[in-house]
Ligand binder design. Structure first.
Ligand code: BTN
Length: 260
């Protein structure tokens, strides 16, 4: 059974009201849940039952928040923004994750002044630490794009704590999560529009500008059961990571990449 949405908390409603029409695609249903397993699952069920493109699911807390490769996304109450949006499939699909990363970085800049950087394919960093992640899950009929943003320090598991940061930890002050939500959804609507309009180049250019620090770094990945290594050189127009390996320039599109 799906959980029941509750009225949107005032701070979030105010943040969304402030940006108004700039929410575009996401200006319709923003559904709030105090407690869910995963917002991606809730949005997926809604999409299967006919929810239209642009429906947004936001939760105070997730009990089964997940990241890529089945990792746990720690989602304590009030410590982060946990949201998922319903989209229809877009091509090239890898660019959607990149577009979302750019949008989150742009939303954070507008709402907090913080300059986030991006690490292929989906990590949003402040300095050396991860502040947000993106999980896109697709079926033939819809894509659920999930975004998790760490807003304030929380009791993360030790392995996560060493690599994670939060908006408030970096700012040294409290942050209005409604402003962050509004700004990120505005940026996401604009970047999704770029994708739909075939302006992949705009996304790739914006992504490259925010990922310069990771280029030239060593990466490891698996291909055909073999571990491979190389140096990240950039991304291609379709979002693939370009890695200089012994065999030449390799395109990495899927699978886990480890930055060393
Ligand atoms: C990653 O970096 O591995 C992706 C993390 C994505 C986390 C978000 S939180 C909202 C949505 N619901 C989930 O269960 N996961 C995504």
């Amino acid at each position: 059974m799906s959980p029941t949405p509750a009225p949107l908390p005032t701070d979030l409603a105010q943040g969304l009201a402030l940006v108004g029409e700039r929410l575009g695609l996401f200006g319709g249903d923003v559904l709030w849940y105090p407690d869910v397993g995963s917002t991606n699952d809730v949005a997926g069920v809604l999409a299967e039952h006919g929810a239209g493109e642009g429906v947004v699911v936001v939760a105070e807390r997730q009990t089964a928040g997940r990241g890529r490769y089945g990792r746990v996304w720690a989602s304590p109450a009030g410590a982060g923004l946990y949201l998922s949006v319903v989209l229809r499939p877009v091509r090239p699909a890898p660019l959607l994750t990149l577009a979302a990363g750019v949008a989150v970085a742009e939303g954070l800049l507008v709402s907090t002044g913080l300059q986030a950087s991006l690490k292929w394919p989906n990590d949003v960093h402040l300095g050396e630490r991860k502040v947000a992640g993106i999980l896109a899950e697709s079926t033939a009929s819809h894509t659920i794009l999930g975004v998790g943003i760490n807003l304030r320090p929380a009791g993360y598991p030790p392995d996560v704590a060493a690599r994670a940061t939060s908006v408030e930890a970096e700012l040294g002050r409290s942050v209005d999560r409604g402003l962050v939500l509004g700004a990120c959804l505005c940026a996401l609507t604009a970047r999704y529009r770029d994708l739909q309009a075939g302006c992949a180049a705009a996304i790739v250019t914006a992504w490259r500008a925010r990922a310069a620090a990771t280029m030239g770094r060593r990466v490891e990945w698996e291909s055909d059961g073999q571990r491979r290594q190389g140096t990240a050189e950039g991304i291609a127009e379709d979002g693939a990571l370009l890695v200089r390996a012994e065999s030449g320039l390799v395109r990495v599109l899927s699978g886990e990449v480890r930055w060393t």
